[in-house]
Structures are given as structure tokens and as C-alpha cells.
Design a protein around this ligand. Sequence first.
Ligand code: DAH
Length: 339
Amino acid sequence: MKQIQQQLIDDLSKASSMKEVEEIRVRYLGKKGLLTLQWKNADFKSMSPDERKNFGIEFNKTKNLAEAKIREAMEKQQAAGSRSIDVDATLPGTDRRLGCLHPITLIRMELEEIFHGMGFKVLAGNDVEEEFYNFDALNIPADHPARETQDTFWLTNGMLLRTHTSAYQVRAMKKFGTPLRAIFPGRCFRYESVDASHENTFYQLEGLMVDIDISIANLIGVMKTLLGEIFRKEVTVRLRPGFFPFVEPGFELDCQCLICEGRGCPTCKSTGWIELIPCGLVHPKVLEYGSIDSEKYSGFAFGLGLTRLAMMKFGIPEIRLFNSGDIRFYGQFPASGSI
Ligand code: DAH
């Protein structure tokens, strides 16, 4: 042990780089190191209890000393600026920026939290859907003109890419029954020609609440809470009649323009209002498709344009940026903030 200690100290005194100190560490303390082997190869059986005890004490002393000396030597090398890896200071720097969350993801996460607080489940529908759930079960039969307003990508197997998140309404009713409070955010697809405000791939967030005695008052209450939280201020809303085959009555929920506070500006096209959330009371036929007794239960539904909301909240004038994959665009948005 004494010999090993002396040898180690000699070796360390000659080491002139971190790399050499590291080599010494391995030579003495590594798996097959000199010191390690002393222990592994020790013939404990032939030692008397006293000898065994002394051996243990000496071994530990040497090991502790070796560790301390090596640590000291490493610190010395570090202070002198030596590293275990050779550094070429002339190489160009590496870009260590971390990725970031997509603005749609940010707004979706914020909305999920708000709805969680109101007792809503967060569900996920399917991008690829059956014709039945996307249309028929929503009271849009094959010959209904409403189909024409949603140009559809049909797949060769007869399925389609959902044109709206409403497609999950009846699936959710069948799966979870009543009472039901759920939102289902997701991607939707329409065969649109793309311009600054139209995309073939965009996001919606559908909401559905079904219970006994659900009325328009509940719908307005939830919408006001939602908008107040997103925009961090009390918002004024109004309902206008709107037609959607799967709700009766159906509405367009407008919110007073947050930019001009109703006075009229380019954003609200001088009307003072911004059309934000189509909604309504779930049509009894839709409840029945979802195996819910429409005599006993009622509900409301809404379909919020997530992409449009993100454009409003973050002031993004161009929808094509969302799917551009351009990190310079994605990196600009704070996790939360007000308009
Ligand atoms: N799914 C409709 C669309 O994409 C939006 C919508 C309207 C959803 C009314 C609803 C609703 O839940 O009640 O055009």
C-alpha cells in the first residue's frame, strides 16, 4: 500500500494535463486499476482476523488518499486552464438555442387549463374520420347543402380528413354518456385555396356540455369566462342568430373589439365587433345519435377557431406562417400574455 501511495504521488507530480491526470485515475482507481486489484486479488481466507482488519484499514486509507490527491491534481489542472478534451478555439461556435412551443400549442395549453378549471375533460378526436361522424350524425345528410361549405378531402377507402372538430361530438357522447363536459382541440382539413387568411390545415377547439337543464345562459357564462381569461379582461359579448345543422338555436358569438373597444377600427372592419365563436344548443337529433335521451337532457356546443384566436391574440396577420416550419416565427411568442 505504501508503495502504491508513493508511486501515485510520483505519477501525479509528473502529470501536465487534465488528460494525464484522468489516465492516472483510471490506472489506480479504474475497474482494473492497481488499487482496485489489490482488493479484488486479496486472499482474505488465509488472513487472520487481525490481518484482515489491518488490510481493510490500510486499503481504505490508501484509497481515500488516492482520491484526494487525484481530485487535488484535477483542480490544479482546471485552474491552469487544461481540459480533458483538446479545444480548437478557431472552430465556429455551435448554436445552442433550445426549441420552442408552437403558438397554437401555447394557446391550446392555456385553453385546456381554463376549461379544466371549469370541470371539462380534454379529449382528442381523430384526424381521419368516418363520413357518418363528420356529417350524418351532425344532421348533415348526404344531400344537405351545408356539406358544400366544407370542401372535403376524401380518402380512397371512403373515409375523410375531418373538416371540423364537431366530428367528435357524437363519438364523445357515445363513449362518455351524461353528464358530459368536454373539449376536444385538434387539426381540421379543408380543400381550400390558400391565402393570408385561409389554410387547408388549421386548428379548432370544440366544446360540449350536456346535462339536465342546460340553457343558453350556461353557454354565455362559459364563453364569457373563457374570453375573460384569455384576454385577461372583462369582455362584452353578443349573440347573433347563425345556422349550423347540428345546433338549434344556433349563434355566432361576437366579442366587442378588444383593439378599439367597440369604437370601430380596421381589425373589426369598423363594426366594433369581432366574430369569434359559432355555437348553439345541441340539436335533439344529434343527442339521439349520441344515444342520449333528448327529452331529458340538453346541451350546448361551440367550435372555436384556434388558429384564428391565436392570430387575434398574438396579432399575426398571415395564416400561412403557422405551417411554415420557420423557427424565426415560432420563437416569438410568450407563454402567456394579453392582447
Ligand atoms: N363545426 C363548425 C364549423 O367548423 C363550427 C361550429 C358551429 C361548431 C356551431 C359548433 C357549433 O359546436 O355549435 O364551421
